[in-house]
Design a protein around this ligand. Structure first.
Ligand code: ADP
Length: 264
């Protein structure tokens, strides 16, 4: 007990980081078992909104048939649930597309700075709604690399969106090309997405990129997360032969670093 408390105090005091490699926990479990788990998870994630929608329909056909207020409210709720299902299905499609391409290194020429700007642009109304202070540094000149622009845009959209949803009120994105990047031992670029939120418990860090893994499931449900965002990020980054590094300090915030090879 005492030792445990000391250990916990120790891990809280340091800036914890975990390097998410391709050989994570999921990769080591049996493939058949993984598939069964995945199908069970998807079924559960779809069943929850469907059950709610069916409930609203039955209420509107029965007891609330002539209740105009209930109709407005329930239609709104049904819209929320249907959009949740739609997000889940599009994330599942994105994940399966990138998994199917995993072995093929993308060859298109991409300006990473433009990709990050486009990702932040698609989130501009959310940034405004949250009243967040968002900054991008190191974006003065293009950073060219071989990649898939649409997939990389999804990576930065997911990470910036998470920083807004789970973070505080400040998001800082830093683009830093280097030759060499220590994690890759070759020329590359490090993109850091840093938030000033409550941080992530060290216990969750190694499992965060697993499909449907949520550090705080209530919060994730409230903010409409599918639980697939970081799994997509991990697959896209590994297809680009890059690394994803997650560091978090409780009470101070989290930093998600995407490290990609490029020709510097
Ligand atoms: P979701 O769709 O639930 O957001 P993700 O795969 O994107 O799924 O993220 C998995 C979990 O990681 C989230 O549910 C959340 O608990 C945690 N998480 C992700 N980003 C952050 C962050 N910036 N700060 C704190 N927690 C985070």
């Amino acid at each position: 007990q005492g030792r445990n408390a000391t250990w916990r105090a120790h891990v809280r005091s340091v800036d914890l980081w975990v390097l998410v490699t391709m050989e994570d926990r999921t990769a080591m479990t049996d493939a058949g078992e993984m598939r069964r788990d995945f199908v069970a998870n998807v079924s559960h994630e779809l069943q929850t909104p469907l059950t709610a929608i069916i409930g609203y329909i039955e209420t509107l056909q029965g007891p609330a048939r002539d209740d105009a207020t209930a109709r407005t409210r329930f239609l709104e709720r049904m819209g929320v649930e249907a959009r949740r299902m739609s997000r889940l299905v599009s994330d599942l499609l994105a994940l399966s597309r990138v998994e199917a391409q995993e072995r093929r290194v993308p060859t298109g020429e991409v300006d990473l700075v433009a990709v990050i700007a486009a990702a932040s642009e698609t989130l501009s109304s959310m940034i405004e709604l949250f009243g967040a202070d968002m900054n991008i540094r190191g974006a003065e000149r293009p950073v060219m690399l071989a990649g898939d622009a649409a997939e990389l845009q999804q990576v930065f959209t997911n990470l910036i969106e998470n920083a807004l949803k789970y973070g505080g009120d400040r998001v800082e994105v830093t683009v830093a090309p280097a030759d060499p990047v220590p994690e890759l031992r070759r020329a590359g670029v490090v993109v850091e997405i840093r938030d000033n939120g409550p941080g992530i418990d060290p216990l969750h860090l190694p499992r965060l990129t697993e499909r449907f893994y949520r550090a705080d499931s209530h919060r994730a449900r409230d903010v409409g997360g599918t639980g697939l965002g970081l799994a997509i990020v991990k697959h896209v980054v590994s297809r680009h032969r890059g690394r994803l590094k997650i560091t978090s300090t409780r009470g101070e915030g989290s930093t998600f670093s995407v490290i990609l090879p490029c020709g510097h």
